[in-house]
Design a protein around this ligand. Structure first.
Ligand SMILES: C[S@@+](CC[C@H](N)C(=O)[O-])C[C@H]1O[C@@H](n2cnc3c(N)ncnc32)[C@H](O)[C@@H]1O
Length: 288
C-alpha cells in the first residue's frame, strides 16, 4: 500500500537498471562499489578546488549514502542532502549517518529525481550525480540537467561522474557478461551511442549544451588485481551485478542461453592469480 509520503509514481516501472527498488542485493552491491569507486578516485571531491568553501551539497540517486557520509566526514563545515527513489536505500543511509555521527548535517530524502527536484532555486553550492546513466535515458538528461542547474546557485558547480560500460580484463567470460549489459543499456535508451563510452563521451557536451561554464573533466582508470582486497571487492561487485541485472538484460532482449555458464566461468576466471581488470570513469563538472 502506498502512503501519502511516498512519491506519487512509486508503483510505476523504474527507469533504473534494477527494477526492484527494495532489492537487498543491489543495496549491498552499491555499498561495496561505493567504497571501491571513492577510494580509487582519490576521495569524494578530489578534483574540486576548495570543497571547504561549500555550504550545501546535493547528491542525486545517493543509494545507500556512502558518498555523502564520507563527504560529510571529510568536510565538517558542509551540509549534505541525498535523494533516492528507493525507500530501502534512504532508510539504510539515514541509519549509516547516525552510526557515523554525521546525521545532524545530512538529510536523506525519498524523491523521484525524474519528476522534479523539490528544492528552491539556487539552494545548493554543488549538485552531484554519480552513475546517473544507470537511471537516465538519453532523453531524460535535458530535464535532469535543467533541474540540477535550477537548484544550484549562480557560480555553483554541477558535477557528473559516469562509467564506461565495458571493463577491460583478461577474463573472457566477464567480458561476455559485460557485452550483455552494454546491449541492455543501449536497447533501454541509456547510451547515446552503442559503445562503451556511450555515456561518458557526452558528459562534457551535455554540461556545455545546458549552459554550464568552464567545463572540465578528469578521467579515472580504476585497476583491480587478483589477490588484493580491491580485486576481491571488484570481483564480488561483478558477481552481484551479474545477478541483479539479469531481469534488465532479459527485458531488453540481450539474454543468452549460456548466461549461467558464463556467470560460473567468470567467477573462476576472476579468482585466477593473474586476473586483472580496469574500469574507466569520467568526472565532468562545470559552473552555473
Ligand atoms: C547506480 S546507483 C548509484 C548510487 C550512488 N550515486 C553511487 O554512485 O554510489 C543509482 C541510484 O539511483 C537510484 N534511482 C534510480 N532511479 C531514480 C530516480 N528516478 N530518482 C532518484 N533516484 C533514483 C537507485 O535507487 C540507486 O540507488
Amino acid at each position: 500500500m502506498s502512503t501519502p509520503s511516498e512519491p506519487r509514481n512509486h508503483e510505476l516501472p523504474s527507469t533504473y537498471i534494477v527494477q526492484d527498488r527494495e532489492n537487498q542485493a543491489e543495496l549491498a552491491r552499491l555499498e561495496l562499489q561505493d567504497h571501491l569507486l571513492t577510494t580509487s578516485m582519490g576521495g569524494v571531491l578530489a578534483e574540486q578546488e576548495d570543497p571547504t568553501k561549500l555550504r550545501r551539497v546535493l547528491d542525486i540517486g545517493c543509494g545507500p549514502g556512502g558518498w555523502i557520509i564520507e563527504a560529510a566526514t571529510a568536510y565538517p563545515m558542509v551540509n549534505f542532502t541525498g535523494i533516492d527513489i528507493s525507500k530501502r536505500m534512504i532508510t539504510y543511509a539515514r541509519q549509516q549517518a547516525q552510526d557515523k555521527q554525521v546525521a545532524e548535517r545530512v538529510d536523506f530524502l525519498v524523491m523521484d529525481a525524474l519528476l522534479l527536484l523539490e528544492f528552491p532555486n539556487g539552494y545548493f553550492d554543488l549538485t552531484n550525480l554519480r552513475l546517473g546513466g544507470s537511471l537516465l535515458r538519453t532523453w531524460d538528461w535535458p530535464k535532469m540537467l535543467s533541474e540540477m542547474l535550477r537548484v544550484t546557485r549562480k557560480g555553483g558547480v554541477i558535477r557528473l561522474t559516469d562509467q564506461e560500460i565495458m571493463h577491460r580484463s583478461n577474463s573472457p567470460a566477464t567480458t561476455r557478461l559485460n557485452e550483455k549489459v552494454l546491449c541492455a543499456f543501449y536497447q533501454a535508451g541509456h547510451l547515446f551511442e552503442q559503445n562503451s563510452t556511450g555515456i561518458t563521451a557526452r558528459l562534457p557536451l551535455l554540461l556545455q549544451q545546458y549552459g554550464c561554464n568552464n567545463v572540465q573533466t578528469k578521467a579515472h582508470v580504476l585497476e583491480y588485481r587478483a589477490g588484493t582486497p580491491e580485486g576481491q571487492a571488484y570481483s564480488e561487485d561483478m558477481a552481484l551485478a551479474s545477478r541483479t541485472l539479469m531481469p534488465f538484460i532479459r527485458k531488453w532482449g540481450c539474454m543468452s542461453e549460456d548466461y549461467e555458464a558464463l556467470y560460473q566461468q567468470s567467477l573462476l576466471e576472476r579468482q585466477k592469480s593473474d586476473f586483472y581488470a580496469t574500469w574507466h570513469f569520467l568526472t565532468a563538472w562545470g559552473s552555473k
